[in-house]
Write a protein that binds this ligand. Structure first.
Ligand SMILES: C[S@@+](CC[C@H](N)C(=O)[O-])C[C@H]1O[C@@H](n2cnc3c(N)ncnc32)[C@H](O)[C@@H]1O
Length: 398
């Protein structure tokens, strides 16, 4: 029997209001045109590229609010300052170690992380010469500029927005929840072949089609099975993001001396492609509802996949970087010296005490962000004097 992939019907999803309904219709019409131009179907990767990143149209270009209570999801820097303080301390280590070190934040969202890192670095008297931000979303760049100007006007002069990683970069690159956002391929492994997930326009909605995978994807899955030392099970559905791999390569090639800290939800290869994980890791977010159907609400919902940290660290190693460590988020925050954030706890009023306790729980508890979110530390041409990865390093699983 021919393998078929059905569009799921997530239960309990809120309905978009009229404004978002119009937006998703617009994006759907655009994608429908692209499908026609391509002769009837496009890869899932291309569908995602249009839905999320199409200029002046896609989710990251057009949706007014994506991150925060009025958006679709909340990220660690939005909960408070603890996450940013942990990263600022890592920036400070590099700024002390490398003369003229700069910071590059990739995918800066609302600008919350940049504001709090800069505040902390200023307090520590460790400001970098430049704090670069690289983002693809015009809307979010606007938001970042506004927020920085309002919240740290005295520090804005060292912040600039760039469209590529500066050549011969010396310093620290940080990226929180960026790797999961790159367009990815979905595939189905059958006993006989590798099938590529494509999207076509059905009578009422987008639908899936499965075609023999293009060469690059096929070769990748065969190489993956060699590394796993087993074949994936029949009808195994999963993902791979070549874009995320290219991204790491680009950063690794441009760093002359320094560190790259990547934080995201993800696992190592063995877990990513574990036999029981036969429906993959695709995750969508719409108005704070997480589900796994990317074909609905094109342009108004976020589409992501968990990160395979093993392949990303291999790409980094192939491009002359070294893996310094791999921690879960709770260990990263604890190792960064969380006790400092609690120094004045007793002087806080009850409300502030509750908020701080809530924040630390959200960031570190295993059933919140503590376990699924990881920090991968990469470095180049640096003899590290940093002990952040001394306790709890799990790079042996990569
Ligand atoms: C999930 S949000 C995370 C935002 C922020 N780092 C945070 O923790 O709140 C993903 C961010 O990555 C940006 N982004 C996605 N693809 C990108 C790309 N190819 N180049 C640069 N930024 C990108 C988005 O615009 C957005 O700012």
């Amino acid at each position: 029997m021919k393998m078929k992939l059905e569009v799921l019907n997530p239960i309990g999803l809120p309905k978009p209001d009229n404004k978002y309904l119009t937006q998703t219709i617009c994006v759907s019409n655009f994608i429908e045109e692209k499908i026609k131009e391509a002769g009837g179907k496009i890869s899932f990767r291309d569908f995602m590229q249009h839905a999320l990143y199409e200029k002046n149209l896609g989710y990251y270009s057009s949706k007014a609010e994506v991150i925060g209570p009025k958006g679709d999801f909340i990220t660690a820097p939005e909960y408070g300052e603890i996450f940013a303080n942990s990263l600022a301390k890592q920036c400070a280590v590099i700024i002390e170690q490398i003369k003229g070190a700069v910071v590059l934040e990739y995918g800066a969202g609302t600008g919350a992380l940049a504001v709090d890192i800069l505040k902390k670095l200023s307090e520590m008297n460790r400001l970098p010469e430049h704090y670069f931000i690289l983002d693809i979303s015009v809307n979010l760049i606007e938001c970042q500029k506004k927020r920085l100007k309002e919240e740290v006007p005295e520090l804005v002069s060292i912040v600039s927005w760039v469209s590529s990683v500066p050549e011969d970069f010396s310093g620290i690159v940080i990226a929180n929840e960026v790797a999961d956002a790159f367009p990815f391929e979905r595939f189905v492994r059958t006993d006989r072949e590798v099938l590529q997930v494509c999207v076509l326009r059905g009578k009422e909605s987008f639908e899936y089609d499965l075609i023999p995978a293009e060469r690059k994807l096929c070769d990748y899955i065969h190489a993956l099975e060699e590394k796993l030392d087993r074949k994936l099970k029949n009808n195994y559905l999963s993902e791979v993001s070549f874009e995320a791999q290219n991204w790491i390569k680009d950063i690794a090639c441009k760093i002359k001396t320094g560190v790259f800290l990547m934080l995201d939800y993800g696992v190592c290869r063995n877990e990513y492609y574990a036999s029981h994980r036969n429906q993959g890791w695709t995750r969508c977010h719409f108005m704070h509802h997480a589900h796994n159907e990317p074909l609905i609400y094109p342009g108004i919902q976020d589409i992501t996949t968990w990160v395979d940290f093993s392949i990303l660290s291999e790409v980094a190693i192939d491009n002359d970087m070294k893996v310094d460590g791999f921690l879960n988020q709770s260990q990263f925050i604890i190792n960064s010296g969380i006790e400092e954030d609690f120094q004045n706890f007793e002087q806080l009023d009850a409300k502030a005490q509750i908020e701080l306790s809530r924040e630390i729980k959200l960031l570190t508890l295993p059933d919140q962000m503590g376990e699924n979110f990881k920090c991968l530390g990469l470095s180049k041409n640096l003899i590290s004097n940093n002990n952040i990865f001394e306790t709890g390093d799990r790079s042996y699983v990569l």
